[in-house]
Design a protein around this ligand. Sequence first.
Ligand code: SF4
Length: 347
Amino acid sequence: MVRREVYGIRMADDASPIRTTACDPSLPRHDWTLDQVEALFARPFMELVFEAATVHRRWFDPSEVQKSQLLSIKTGGCAENCGYCSQSASFDTGLKAEKLMDATAVIAEAMAAKAGGASRFCMGAAWRELKDRDTPKLATMIAGVKALGLETCATLGMLTADQAQQLKDAGLDYYNHNLDTGPEYYAEVVTTRTYQDRLDTLQHVRDAGMSTCCGGIVGMGESRRDRAGLLHALATLPEHPDSLPVNALVPVTGTPLGERVLKTGEIDPIEFVRTVAVARLVCPKAMVRLSAGRETMSPEMQALCFLAGANSIFVGGKLLTTPNPEQDEDARLFALLDLKPMQPLHA
Ligand code: SF4
């Protein structure tokens, strides 16, 4: 006997979710309309979080949170002009450009990350696109990190189909390539590559058989409709991202979007939680990662995000070039919230 129905979830007496037509938690949809995604944002907050928490439980143990660690293997001097980024050569942020790290140094960092409890290690390079001359060195790094029993991830800019295959052959499990924002706001964020360029790289990654890590950044001055646009774009991809990072802009002095946000203020925390919840509803099987911006979030705010379906974080004191909570802080958070680290799926 059905006793309760909410958007997307009909709850039976035994409280197990039953299929409805609106948002079936057992059948991820790819046919969302933008209006439908925006309507999710407008749900009463308590209902939205409850629905997202219910969908989360359909696919994951809600007490498990996956820990990834991100290392900048090539910092600064990037030819792109992403308006939030400290590493773009287009902006004067005081960041010193560095060369690609040696494979042995990267593998040593991966060992330390594993010892600190990370199950996935992500290598990030500030490049517009991968150059073929760098691929052998990257293949050595990837194989070395994989051999440690870690899941491997990289973010190296745009890829060709051949490059994607070479990275896959080297042992790369995930490739990160964010859409950043909704298509309507995209031109406010970056003009040196198109939305379609990003979609093409994601297609090459999927064709090579790698898992995709793809999300965006909120709090860049975009509207709610733009946030819905980002999630709509992700939810209507041929395959949903396996990892979906939701970043809150960390304003960097000297970047156009950072300067704008320093004047106008950061995104409202409840709106951020709504974004996490909608991400969970429209891409129910994705690992929704609470990414940049966590350093300034209270434990209560992070708890609300986990309740709303976030189940992955970046660990370690630095996220490429911006600050992130230190390991002992996250250990306290996990203890406080009775969370446990998720085991690697691919390693
Ligand atoms: S976000 Fe990535 S691609 Fe864009 S400027 Fe920064 S390093 Fe370059």
